[in-house]
Design a protein around this ligand. Structure first.
Ligand code: ADP
Ligand code: ASP
Ligand code: MG
Length: 412
């Protein structure tokens, strides 16, 4: 069981979590509970590290930002004990949850689960501080923002269990229910679609958690911690309860062409004007970016009118914009361009669905919908199961809502 920030926001919410845990214990399950920090805590901790120094040591960043989960894991263990349920807290290093040493975005390399497993089989609830691990040289690491989801899926894989993600919405929706009130809850979604949804902006699950669930075939259920903890639940899917089940494609009976729409505002656009149109230029632009560890997402290159000069646009994460601009400026002599522009007023909107593999016309429909609304498309990328476009951020909600209706996803 994993509970996110709003689900453990104060002691009353933590008592509510304890009642959900109690229900599972009474049903005869061995339970590990992963908790996030109280809502807003991690943001505050991140802000403090930046205020202390913009150029801080990433190892100390992890020392600070991992602290919120230590508090909630202890508080939940105390609360469970108070209800007569045997429980103890586990910090990342105590399990240990072993990771690499990429501080701030560490990857889990292995979990030494034996001791926790043994105690769980004796009936003790394991209350795990999410988001944190330990590096090969014994330093605290964190798994990237939203990383408690990944802690939970990794534990479920190691314990060969299922993973229930409790959050502030009652499942995965066709799009973010906060911006489209007509969004519908999906009873099931395939791992691959969820992976695209998450990586394209639907923050309901961290991308890496979905990747890990898919690789290890862990059934993940997203559900609400605001449901009454005592149950019984109205079950849409009798095996897994009332939320959304993230599962293999083969377990989905009615597959829609488009399953969902995601958007991401964490994008920035870089345009090089009048670049020499000759062999090797792209390599001279993207080589230095890759050496600087900057991920490039969408790329558009125009055909030059005179066969000599052209414009080139690409996107990066908005956090990387300043660095990307600096890298390109530094390589100006080598690349050869006239002007450089950067902007963060852009949003990436994506349409996702496994059904696209066998269905033509999804892209054409997307472009038509945007044209009808007078929204200009600045860049496009596609894969087998998704189409993403870059537009002016001011049109985010208009575009998402229009596409949601056009693909027949609106609730009645
Ligand atoms: P937690 O703190 O429990 O980890 P998050 O804030 O990380 O919760 O994720 C839940 C939020 O994800 C929801 O409140 C919702 O606004 C957002 N969200 C974005 N896209 C979707 C979607 N397609 N379905 C459900 N929720 C979504
Ligand atoms: N508390 C961490 C964060 O806010 C991890 C999580 O909530 O999953 O990113
Ligand atoms: Mg989250």
């Amino acid at each position: 069981m994993k509970f996110g920030g709003t689900s453990v926001a104060d002691l009353e919410r933590i008592r509510n979590v304890a009642r959900h845990v109690e229900r599972e214990v009474k049903a005869g399950n061995e339970v590990a509970v992963v908790v996030s920090a109280m809502a807003g805590t991690t943001d505050q901790l991140v802000a403090w590290t930046r205020e202390a120094s913009m150029m801080h040591d990433a190892r100390e960043y992890d020392c600070v930002v991992s602290a919120g989960e230590q508090i909630t894991s202890g508080l939940l263990a105390i609360t469970l004990q108070g209800m007569g349920i045997s429980a103890r807290s586990w910090l990342g290093w105590q399990i240990p949850m072993r990771t690499n040493d990429v501080h701030g975005a560490a990857r889990i390399e292995g979990i030494d689960i034996e001791e926790m497993d043994r105690r769980m089989s004796e009936g003790q609830v394991a209350v795990v501080a999410g988001f944190q691990g330990v590096s090969p040289d014994g330093r605290v690491t964190t798994l990237g923002r939203g990383g408690s989801d990944t802690s939970a899926v990794a534990l479920a894989a190691a314990l060969r269990g299922r993973c229930d993600i409790y959050t502030d919405v009652d499942g995965v929706y066709t799009t973010d229910p906060r911006i489209v009130t007509k969004a519908q809850k999906l009873s099931r979604i395939a791992y691959e679609e969820m992976l695209e949804m998450a990586s394209l902006g639907a923050k309901v699950l961290q991308t890496r958690s979905v990747e890990m669930a898919m690789v290890n075939q862990v059934p993940v259920q997203v559900r609400s911690s605001f449901d009454p903890p005592e149950g019984p639940f109205e079950t849409q899917d009798h095996n897994y309860g009332p939320g959304t089940l993230v599962c293999g494609e083969e377990d989905i009976v009615e597959q829609q062409v488009v399953s969902g729409i995601a958007y991401s505002k964490d994008e920035a656009k870089v345009t090089l004007l009048k670049v020499d149109d000759k062999p090797g230029v792209a390599a001279r632009i993207f080589g230095p970016l890759s050496s600087a560890n900057i991920n490039v997402d969408m790329i558009v290159q125009n055909v030059s009118e005179d066969g000599q000069r052209t414009d080139l646009t690409f996107t990066v994460a908005d956090d990387d914009l300043q660095r990307a601009m600096a890298v390109i400026e530094e390589a100006k002599g080598d690349i050869g361009y006239q002007d450089l522009m950067g902007s963060t007023d852009v949003v990436k909107v994506s349409v996702i669905g496994i059904g696209m593999r066998s269905h033509a016309g999804v892209a054409a429909q997307m472009f038509q919908v945007l044209a009808d609304k007078g929204i200009n498309i600045q860049a496009i990328t596609t894969s087998e199961i998704k189409i993403s476009i870059l537009i002016d951020a001011a049109y985010t909600e208009l575009a998402v809502r229009a596409l949601h209706s056009a693909y027949g996803l609106d609730a009645e």
